[in-house]
Design a binder for this molecule. Structure first.
Ligand SMILES: [Zn+2]
Length: 203
């Protein structure tokens, strides 16, 4: 935060850190940097108010380390400026991306084997002998096995992907508005700098 800059603090505020306390309003207070280590906290007509050292205040000059309360939520300027969510979001995205890639590779491999199964069968039949009855039997058995195994893998993949997508929608959320950020890589969101839903800068 630059000297002279001000931000709105709240559950939908502009502070880097997320606040989910029910006693904090969406836009609870205005925080202004007035000097090197001086800030001003101003109540934005919130339900539960702002208090500093146990006294409810409308506007008060504080330092970065001065503890204050937004409703029942205890914090400080220093605390609010902590960029705690960025590592988590990057981690959530990477975990999802790695698992999705692993499943994509796996299904590609399974599909390749299914596509190659007639060739594999012909080769096997050649080894077994020239008898066409044996060849046909081997062909049918190998095709059936590869089809059943392939279907099983695909079913398992679809189930796991549904779980993974649901998990993402719970965990890959904006720290300000708590809405799902979409299946957009974190690196791209970071470049765009702002949450696509609420427009507040992302940590
Ligand atoms: Zn947002």
């Amino acid at each position: 935060m630059e000297i002279g800059e001000e931000i709105i603090v709240g559950t939908l505020g502009q502070q880097p850190m997320s606040i989910a306390d029910p006693t904090v309003d969406p836009q609870h207070a205005t925080l202004r940097r007035t000097g090197e280590d001086t800030y001003q906290i101003e109540d934005r007509q919130s339900q539960r108010g702002v208090s500093v050292f146990g006294i409810r205040v409308m506007r008060k000059t504080i330092k970065a380390e001065t503890p204050f309360f937004l409703g029942n939520y205890k914090t400080s300027v220093h605390q609010l400026m902590k960029d705690v969510e960025s590592i988590n979001l990057a981690e959530v995205w990477n975990r999802y991306d790695n698992e999705k890639r692993r499943w994509d590779r796996y299904t590609l491999w399974v599909n390749s084997i299914r596509m190659l199964s007639p060739v594999i069968t012909m080769a096997l039949a050649q080894l077994v002998g020239q008898n066409w009855m044996v060849s046909v039997s081997v062909l049918v058995v190998v095709m059936l096995i590869s089809m059943v195994a392939g279907e099983k893998v695909l079913a398992k993949k679809n189930l796991r992907m549904a779980e993974l997508n649901a998990q993402m929608q719970r965990e890959y959320v904006c720290p300000h508005c708590h809405k799902f950020l979409g299946f957009t890589p974190y690196q791209i969101l970071k470049q765009q700098r702002y949450c696509p839903i609420c427009g507040v800068p992302l940590p």
